[in-house]
Design a protein around this ligand. Structure first.
Ligand SMILES: [Zn+2]
Length: 1012
């Protein structure tokens, strides 16, 4: 620290001391509010307290709430497990140790109860710890029954008086979750000590919390990632002079995105926390993170707020958030603020489970060191700048400890809990009101319901979507008879004032109706959790003119579109009177409709078809290359024809897949090709594994087997083609550059970064991959191996940044990527159009497709090797030159007869440009038609590009190729500009990948060759 630094620190210290004294003296509180002060009659644990002081680097990095530890005769302190105090340097407990301590607390104190709330993907336990008065804990069920009536006001017939009566008696539940983000390491020890304080401290301030409410704590959300993080930290302690490996895997599948799963609920941790939150009827879900100095309550952010959030909630954010800031500022703790960069639009964050289930979502970012080292920390100017929302900013440079972080986390939580308890009647009433407003939604803002038709061609994907809603605790009903609803009038643009056709002006368009068959699913909006269903099924619009120019995350997610299933938003309240019954579990109809030797299964791009191929090892399966009719049914291109399988075997295989098989008397007359179980290699880098993690979990859930290999293994494997038919190289993420994929991490200096089993790192290996050194990338050897794989007939599938990589290393001639100038597509749902429906990659798809795009690369095609395809402006560029006649006339030349102008070859934006005779003359670069890229899907026209979210400057990518099959050598490179497999939300585009796998050796089927 510099001289000036020391001086200013000193001044701050005296200032904080003054503030501290004034708070402890005569705090100005509202009537009846209890001041934070310890109980002078309760003894203090002096040794523990001394260590708290020792590890706190500045006296103003603590508060009167946590600068001492009350002593207890029979309840062990965190020291019993940690060997030191919470937040001590060098100590980072495994989840198991944290649980061990919580269970010690449970044993020693009637004020603590531990509940197991489920397992992670790798089988580790998740827990929730309830701390409250023994009486409250004894009456949990009774209290839950009370809260349930507030959570579902239908139970009390929306009777406000009855609600008031319950509000006066109920004990609220405040749910705190820690360390979902594994490198953000401080929460577990802070929560161990918090649980102790809540159980032991007899000060009036803490007693009120304990007696007045139930604090529920999940100290470790990402348990698999926590254990790996602790491993890494131990490795670091054992090799203090070395660089330590970055945490490349957190959970089994994804890293930071584990906090983007609250829509799709694909991960166990989301499912377990959601279930706990809903089962306990909790009022708050408060998630702890560490990335901003020193405590940023980023719940509210600066907009745009999620459109489906009740304004009652946004007011609650402000109340609790600002009170939090105020309380901690009074303690003299610098750097506590709310608002700031977050936008609160996407409902994908874990905390948003509460926002979408009538509770209060909260999130802290405190300041962590990514481990338990005490470190000098220097901030960026924008981090310590004073702003309107941060009047007391953090200091430019400090020594920062895990204990400091624990002090902030606990102080923030304790003041929140206390304030919440002081105002619990208000918050409980709000909880009821938000639920009531969810139930009365059809008559208020609407809609009345969403209907998913019983005759959707993709009943399997429809069931998958409804299962997501059921995980979200949404009630699903099913119509027992057909019904008709009135659809709202689509407003057409007003005719201009001088419009001549007055008839059109006078007659408003008539409302249309739609009929739905029996068996259609109805998601009623008059239910307590209508909000989440509405948010997932509705469309999102983010205006390019929004003052928020940097969306924090995805801007669009419409689940019906992304799942490829029909969803109708119905405002007609009559839909609620339709004869229907509640559905406990949604299953798509499945089975075999009779005996035969050949069975046909229609192809509607249902991912389950791929599952079936791998499930039925011995069956012979062929794909029809053209549509056909058989047994009175229509089958589309790509439909499966199965032989060598008994009805019983087939029935067993498809009964839980949502597929229906029909016996056919003979093979149809259309051409078919075999569908073989491709041998798949799934390639990951050691740069980042998150984006591919979403692909991995999708394949695992579908039961598609693959070898999981790193780019380093690709570099070492010269005979990829003899081992694999298909190599999937999913996105690396963070727009990784081709050079980063080839080079890996810098290895000219530094030490090897092992990711493997060692005594210090027992949790790194097993479920994922391992290496002695994470640094080497694919290398040029690896590039050569990929090239040889494709040359020899292999299929390499890439998406977004790996497509850029494939193009950069020259694996897909005739396709180039243009740099976007103004385009801004931030995690949006966009329209795509089928270009070549005969390609097996398109089997089962319709003309229109919705897809997830995040500034996808802009592909352009060229028919000349090595040339950049550009945006051909066509027509406008070739208007006639100045001369005689009208615009469409030919010009003339005086004194000679006219001549025939040769027709310019014209191609659409997404097509291969046709070559002129000039271009073809002795042009060894001209790509023969059979070697040119084949576009399967393109982006929609500019006007139809945006489906949900933000699309700005979309004309730069509109009409350009979105899914391309590039023949290379004897093989294929498949390039995706969209990301077809993403966050468990894009089931509708999974089959683009699966079709590629299933038809790996028949991808040229249906290929039409251009003339030139
Ligand atoms: Zn975080």
């Amino acid at each position: 620290m510099t001289r000036t630094g020391t001086a200013s620190t000193h001044i701050l210290r005296s200032f904080a001391l003054l503030l501290f004294l004034s708070v402890a003296g005569t705090a100005a509180l509202a009537d009846g509010e209890t001041a934070p002060a310890r109980d002078s009659k309760q003894p203090v644990d002096d040794a523990y307290t001394a260590k708290i002081h020792k590890y706190t680097t500045q006296p103003f990095f603590t508060s009167p709430l946590v600068d001492y530890l009350p002593a207890s005769k029979n309840v062990p302190t965190p020291e019993a497990v940690l060997g030191d105090v919470a937040g001590a340097p060098g100590i980072l407990p495994y989840a198991e140790d944290v649980y061990k301590y919580m269970r010690l607390l449970e044993k020693a104190s009637p004020r603590v109860k531990v509940f197991s709330i489920g397992k992670t993907e790798e089988g580790r336990e998740m827990i929730a710890v309830a701390v409250s008065s023994p009486e409250n804990l004894k009456n949990l069920d009774e209290n839950r029954a009370r809260l349930a009536k507030l959570a579902d006001p239908r139970a009390i017939k929306l009777d406000d008086t009855e609600a008031d009566r319950i509000v006066a008696q109920a004990v609220p539940v405040y749910y705190i979750t820690g360390t979902i983000h594994s490198p953000e390491t401080g929460a577990p020890t802070a929560l161990m000590e918090l649980a102790y304080r809540l159980a032991v401290d007899e000060s009036p301030y803490i007693r009120e919390i304990r007696d007045g409410m139930i604090t529920l704590i999940t100290p470790v959300v990402e348990v698999d990632g926590r254990d790996r993080m602790v491993d890494i930290y131990h490795w670091h302690l054992a090799h203090p002079q070395d660089f330590y490996p970055p945490l490349i895997y957190w959970g089994k599948y994804v890293a930071h995105d584990n906090n983007r799963d609250a829509m799709g609920v694909t991960l166990k941790l989301t499912e377990n926390v959601l279930k706990t939150y809903v089962d306990w009827k909790a009022q708050v879900l408060h998630d702890l993170h560490e990335s901003v100095p020193y405590l940023y309550d980023n719940t509210a952010g600066d907009g745009p707020f999620n459109a489906w959030v009740d304004p009652i909630l946004t007011d609650e954010w402000e109340m609790i958030g600002w009170r939090n800031v105020s309380d901690m500022t009074k303690f003299g703790m610098p750097g506590v603020f709310t608002h700031g960069v977050f936008d609160t639009w996407s409902p994908g964050y874990l905390m948003f489970i509460a926002a979408m289930h009538n509770g209060i979502s909260r999130l802290y970012e405190t300041f962590g060191n990514g481990g338990a080292d005490t470190l000098p920390r220097t901030l960026d100017p924008e981090e310590y700048a004073r702003t309107w929302y941060r009047q007391n900013p953090p200091l430019p440079k400090v020594l920062w400890s895990q204990r400091d972080n624990n002090n902030y986390e606990q102080t923030g939580l304790l003041t929140s809990l206390h304030y919440f308890n002081e105002n619990k009647r208000l918050f409980l009433k709000n909880f009821y009101l938000k639920a009531k407003r969810s139930v009365t939604k059809p008559g208020a803002e609407g809609p009345a319901a969403y209907v998913l038709p019983g005759d959707d061609p993709r009943l399997g994907s429809q069931a998958a979507l409804l299962q997501v809603l059921q995980k979200q605790a949404v009630e699903i009903s099913r119509a027992t008879a057909g019904f008709t609803v009135t659809l709202p009038v689509k407003k057409s643009p007003k005719p201009k004032k001088d419009a001549k056709d007055t008839k059109e002006k006078d007659t408003p368009p008539a409302p249309t109706t739609r009929e739905f068959p029996a068996g259609s699913y109805i998601v009623r909006m008059d239910q307590p959790y209508s909000r989440i269903a509405d948010a997932l099924l509705d469309y999102q619009y983010w205006s390019p003119d929004d003052p928020q120019k940097t969306p924090y995350d995805d801007t669009g997610w419409t689940f019906g579109d992304l799942f490829g299933v029909q969803v109708t938003r119905v405002t007609d309240p009559k839909v609620l009177d339709v004869a229907m019954e509640r559905v406990k579990e949604v299953h798509a109809p499945a089975g075999v409709s009779g005996d035969g030797t050949i069975y046909a299964i229609n192809n509607n791009a249902e991912p389950a078809l791929a599952t079936l191929r791998y499930k039925l090892h011995d069956a012979s399966i062929e794909a029809a290359e053209e549509p056909f009719e058989s047994a009175g049914k229509k089958f589309s291109r790509g439909s499966f024809l199965l032989r060598n399988v008994t009805r019983a075997q087939l029935h067993d295989a498809i009964s839980d897949l949502g597929l229906q098989a029909t016996p056919v008397s003979a093979m149809p007359s259309v051409k078919t090709h075999p569908v073989r179980a491709a041998r798949i290699a799934f390639v990951h880098t050691w740069l980042s594994t998150q984006a591919e993690g979403w692909w991995r979990i999708a394949l695992d859930n579908l039961g598609i087997p693959y070898d999981y290999i790193s780019t380093q293994i690709v570099a070492k494997t010269s005979d990829l083609h003899s081992k694999y038919d298909v190599i999937l190289f999913p996105p690396v993420g963070f727009f990784s550059s081709p050079t980063a994929i080839v080079n890996g991490l810098p290895s000219t200096w530094g030490n090897p970064l092992p990711w493997k089993y060692t005594p210090e790192t027992p949790n790194l290996v097993g479920k994922n991959d391992s290496t002695d050194d994470m640094r080497p990338g694919l290398g040029w050897e690896g590039v050569a191996h990929l090239q040889s794989f494709v040359e020899k007939g292999g299929v390499l599938l890439t998406a977004t940044d790996t497509s850029r990589f494939a193009l950069a290393i020259g694996l897909a001639d005739g396709v180039s990527v243009a740099n976007a100038q103004k385009m801004k597509i931030v995690g949006s749902v966009v329209g795509a159009r089928l270009v070549d429906g005969t390609s097996p990659i398109a089997y089962g798809y319709d003309e229109k497709l919705s897809a997830y795009c995040d500034n996808g690369p802009i592909f352009s095609l060229s028919s000349i090797s090595g040339a950049r395809g550009g945006r051909r402006l066509g027509g406008e560029m070739h208007t006639r030159p100045t001369g005689r006649g009208t615009m469409d006339d030919p010009d003339f030349t005086i004194g000679r007869p006219g001549f025939e102008v040769p027709e310019e070859p014209k191609a659409e934006i997404w097509e291969n440009p046709l070559l002129t005779d000039e271009q073809l003359h002795n042009n060894f670069r001209a790509i023969p038609p059979a070697n040119r890229a084949r576009v399967i899907f393109r982006y929609a026209d500019s006007k139809e590009l945006l489906i949900s979210g933000l699309v700005e400057g979309g004309d730069e990518i509109a009409q350009h190729a979105a899914v391309v099959d590039v023949p290379t050598g004897s093989g294929h490179v498949i390039l995706f500009s969209i990301n077809p497999v993403y966050r468990g939300e894009t089931r509708g585009t999974y089959s683009l990948v699966l079709n590629t796998i299933l038809n790996f050796d028949s991808l040229n089927v249906g290929r039409k060759l251009a003339e030139k």
